[in-house]
Write a protein of this length. Structure first.
Length: 556
């Protein structure tokens, strides 16, 4: 491995130690999503980490759906998750698993625990169990069922499985320690009765394992070595270890926790994204304003940019918050050399070149990306009437405004110098056209020579053949001044998060394919929307503007 001892994160160092000590002779990781929503940028961290570790150590990586909970899961989510994990470049090969496929084995492990005197059936109701559990400061009290004879618990557990009991009337509890300082160890419930239809196993089961029992078993059954999870499970680790030890796995997995990825002023929790979707505030789970993986992909983010972002965030045990600026930096850096640069006018204003002959036109050469010769060049047409940006003209400019105003000369990108001579206005005084004259001696190109300099360069498209398309500009869906959530836990929605504009673009852009990205010079990076684009009529989403306030830390 090429990274040095110091640059290795704490998980890599733990794994190195385990391999050196012979605790494991291979590395096997997994990503275990619950199929109850779409994945988001936080999950990307876990995917990149788990699949990356497996690859780095020449080990294996599983994609496993943690579908032990029959109420919330949907096959739409299973499909979207598979799609997103694959898109991020994590390859599970033939190791796609469903936790529900292990229900039979889990049941057998529960029976094993009962037989060992390590689990018992209890008839306490939920409230009693809570009362008996104690608190952080007081120990719990023994469940009166705790010493139920093994045979009796076995029979009752079998009857629970056979559907002889109602929901909530009995539970199976692990027999650990009601006085443990760790509440998770106070005889946790490991099976509950729920007469619910499961999307995979149908009506076969009316008892379902609890997460803290199921998860270590899933890992152990699959031969996972390192079960990487987020910090909130740290207090559950003793229980995780208890389960794999009492179930007597020869090579039990080891749980290691790392800090979740949080983005400042961004909605990541599945629950909140779901609410925005259900309330119709966004256009589905893949709305380009969301940081769901599907939303980021639709917006125009690339797998490389997301992986780079996760890498920059780093892996640690201390909670921290990343900035959206850094994610935006990553996509800009990724697209800068890859995307063709094109001219597109978002807020069009007519520019008329008074001394350019009517009816005449010409083709001009334009380089597609000065940073990447491989992207070649194109020809663009030029004539007497063009579209320019409204804010590239001001009748009475402030100081340091170097674009068009009466008497000032600017460069039309890839074309000529033009000098503003005036403007036309409608009855209300709005500027409806700008007039200028051009200097034929200032044609851009290899032979360009001019006896004077201009301070401003503006972009334009030829009115005769420009294509009108829709572009969408985004702001954070969160109203940053109010903060992410209100008192009731609803997202404070920014009313200006979406601006739609009708704009003019170079004709070739009409053929943009879904997911194809461009730099619209001076305006940002844009991606053709995969849902709303029609052949010949793309809709462009602005991925990110060109300006950034983000500074890469010196040590990266
Ligand atoms: P959410 O809190 O958004 O609902 P979750 O944790 O309930 O997410 P799961 O489907 O249970 O979602 O998560 C699958 C895996 O992704 C788990 O191993 C979990 O620890 C990890 N994960 C979830 N959110 C993050 C995050 N913000 N950063 C890093 N890993 C995460
Ligand atoms: Mg969850």
């Amino acid at each position: 491995m090429e990274n040095t001892e110091e640059s290795r994160n704490f998980i890599e160092r733990e794994i190195d130690k385990n391999l050196a000590d012979g605790v494991y002779d291979t590395v096997h990781t997994r990503f275990p999503p619950e199929p109850n929503g779409y994945l988001h940028i936080g999950h990307a961290k876990s995917i990149v980490l788990n699949s990356g570790i497996a690859k780095q150590y020449g080990g294996k990586f599983n994609l496993r759906f943690d579908d032990t909970n029959p109420t919330k899961e949907k096959s739409e989510f299973v499909e979207s998750i598979k799609n997103d994990v694959a898109w991020l470049g994590a390859d599970w090969e033939d190791r796609l698993f469903f936790a529900s496929d292990y229900f039979d084995q889990m049941y057998e492990y529960a029976v094993k625990l009962i037989k060992k005197g390590k689990a018992y059936v209890s008839d306490l109701n939920a409230e009693q169990i809570r009362e008996y559990r104690g608190s952080l400061t007081e120990p719990g009290k023994d469940d009166p069922n705790r010493n139920r004879p093994i045979e009796e618990s076995l029979q009752m557990f079998e009857d629970m499985k056979a559907g002889k009991y109602e929901d909530g009337s009995l539970v199976l509890r692990a027999k650990i320690d009601m006085a443990s300082p760790n509440i998770n160890m106070r005889d946790p419930i490991i099976y509950r009765i729920a007469h619910l239809t499961h999307q995979n196993t149908g009506d076969k089961w009316c008892i379902y394992p609890m997460y803290d029992f199921a998860h270590p078993l899933e890992d152990a059954i699959e031969g996972i070595t390192h079960s990487l999870c987020t910090l909130e499970f740290e207090d559950h680790r003793p229980l995780y270890n208890w389960v794999v030890e009492e179930c007597e796995f020869a090579h039990p997995p080891r749980q290691i926790e790392f800090a979740k990825l949080y983005l400042n002023n961004v909605v990541t929790g599945k629950r909140y994204i779901k609410k925005l979707v259900e309330d119709g505030i966004v256009d589905g789970w893949d709305d380009p304003r969301l940081v769901s993986i599907a939303g980021l992909r639709r917006r125009g983010y690339t797998p490389d940019s997301i992986r780079k972002f996760v890498e920059l965030c780093g892996i640690s045990k201390s909670q921290s918050t990343a900035e959206m600026d850094m994610l935006e930096y990553c996509i800009r850096e990724d697209l800068k050399p890859k995307a063709k640069r094109q001219m597109a006018v978002l807020n069009p204003l007519k520019l008329i070149i008074d001394n350019y002959p009517k009816g005449q036109s010409e083709l001009l050469d334009a380089v597609n990306n000065p940073e990447n010769e491989e992207l070649g060049s194109r020809q663009i047409s030029f004539s007497r009437e063009l579209w320019i940006e409204q804010d590239d003209f001001m009748e009475e400019p402030p100081k340091k405004y170097f674009r068009l105003f009466p008497g000032n000369e600017v460069r039309l990108m890839n074309a000529y110098f033009v000098k503003c001579v005036g403007c036309d206005k409608d009855e209300e005084g709005n500027v409806i056209a700008v007039h200028c004259t051009y200097d034929p001696a200032t044609k851009q190109g290899p032979d360009f020579k001019a006896d004077r300099k201009v301070k401003g360069t503006i972009h334009w498209v030829n009115a005769a053949d420009a294509v009108k398309v829709t572009a969408r500009l985004y702001e954070n869906i969160v109203d940053e001044e109010k903060g992410v959530y209100d008192e009731e836990g609803n997202v404070n929605v920014n009313p200006n998060s979406l601006t739609v504009c009708e704009c003019y673009v170079e004709p070739a852009l009409a053929e943009a394919k879904p997911f194809e990205s461009f730099q619209f010079v001076r305006n940002g990076f844009f991606c053709a929307d995969c849902k709303d684009s029609k052949p010949g009529a793309p809709v462009f989403n602005r991925i990110v503007s060109l300006k950034s306030s983000f500074k890469m830390p010196a040590n990266k």
